[in-house]
Write a new protein. Structure first.
Length: 325
């Protein structure tokens, strides 16, 4: 019990320090800030969700005592809650067989477990990314005009600090940035949460604490109703006001989910290629360097959701049935 509490407190303290490092203003603090959920996720996957919850509560209370209630709430919503719940989902399973022993002397077979699907975990990550982004925007104002105005003033202040001779064209550039800022922040939150969960699973697997088999990432797919939710969110993007901002955030999160499934589709469709490593490596490099080619992955993920490319490809690779005698 003492070791359990010690691990929880160490994980919570590490996450709190990484989260609070943003107040220093150093460039490295931005990396630490985005990696703040990692220690709690490692504790959640390796020692159970209760360990992450204890560490997260202690860290939130400590941050609240040192920096005030806003830091406490921000840490709880953006770091502790996703780390606890995603770690819980990683370890969630159910029995799908319950075979009885063939004879009284034979031991019972171990039950086969079905683990929580990777695609549904991606959907939860998208939900947390949208939640944290919207919560961050609510700190700027409670209506669309206030949020956009605060963002614009902040960006203009930053631009004038770097270049005092800012022209009128810079105002148009800032206006464009303000319009895409909620979606961009959602994409960053989505990618950092996904990276943190993958790293924490790798750390626990390397240390031997991962209590589930490593999933086949090529099979990751979002639930079918996700496509309906994306269409609804895209429709509300053309309304206006706070509802349009919420719709933009939701659509950006779901589209990034389809981009990740698009990479899974690419890994499946290139199984037959001899130069598979080269093409996959080139694709990842192009997406990381330029950014915008991720749109192709979104389209591929959406196309697979509609037409089932992976299922058709894998079915075509299966050997033909044996002739009946």
């Amino acid at each position: 019990m003492m070791a359990f509490l010690l691990i929880a407190l160490i994980a919570g303290a590490a996450s709190a320090l990484m989260f609070a490092s943003i107040v220093s203003g150093a460039l490295i603090s931005l990396v630490l800030f985005y990696l703040a959920p990692l220690p709690l996720m490692v504790a959640s996957i390796g020692w159970g969700p209760l360990c992450a919850s204890v560490g997260g509560i202690a860290a939130a209370i400590g941050l609240g005592a040192l920096f005030g209630l806003p830091y406490c709430i921000a840490f709880a919503v953006t770091v502790a809650l996703p780390a606890w719940w995603l770690g819980h989902l990683v370890l969630l399973s159910r029995r799908i067989t319950n075979d009885a022993p063939a004879a009284g002397t034979e031991p019972a077979a171990e039950p086969e477990l079905e683990w929580y699907p990777v695609g549904r975990i991606l959907l939860w990550i998208a939900g947390f990314a949208a939640l944290t982004t919207f919560a961050a925007l609510l700190t700027l104002g409670t209506d669309a005009d206030t949020i956009i105005g605060t963002l614009r003033r902040g960006l203009m202040r930053l631009l004038r600090a770097t270049d005092p001779q800012t022209s009128g064209e810079a105002g148009q550039f800032v206006d464009a940035l303000v319009r895409i800022a909620p979606a961009a922040a959602t994409i960053v939150a989505m990618m950092t949460l996904t990276l943190n969960l993958w790293l924490s699973a790798k750390v626990t697997a390397t240390s031997g604490r991962l209590r589930r088999p490593w999933p086949d990432m090529k099979t990751a797919e979002l639930p079918p109703m996700t496509l309906v939710g994306l269409c609804v969110a895209l429709a509300f993007c053309f309304t206006g006001g706070l509802l349009a901002i919420v719709a933009q955030i939701t659509a950006a999160a779901l589209m990034m989910g389809y981009a990740l499934t698009g990479f899974a589709v690419l890994h499946t469709l290139t199984l037959a290629l001899k130069s598979r490593t080269f093409w996959l490596g080139s694709t990842y490099c192009v997406v990381v360097v330029f950014g915008w080619p991720v749109i192709a992955m979104v389209i591929l993920g959406l196309a697979d959701a509609v037409f089932g490319f992976r299922e058709r490809f894998l079915r075509s690779r299966q050997p033909p049935p044996l002739p009946t005698p």
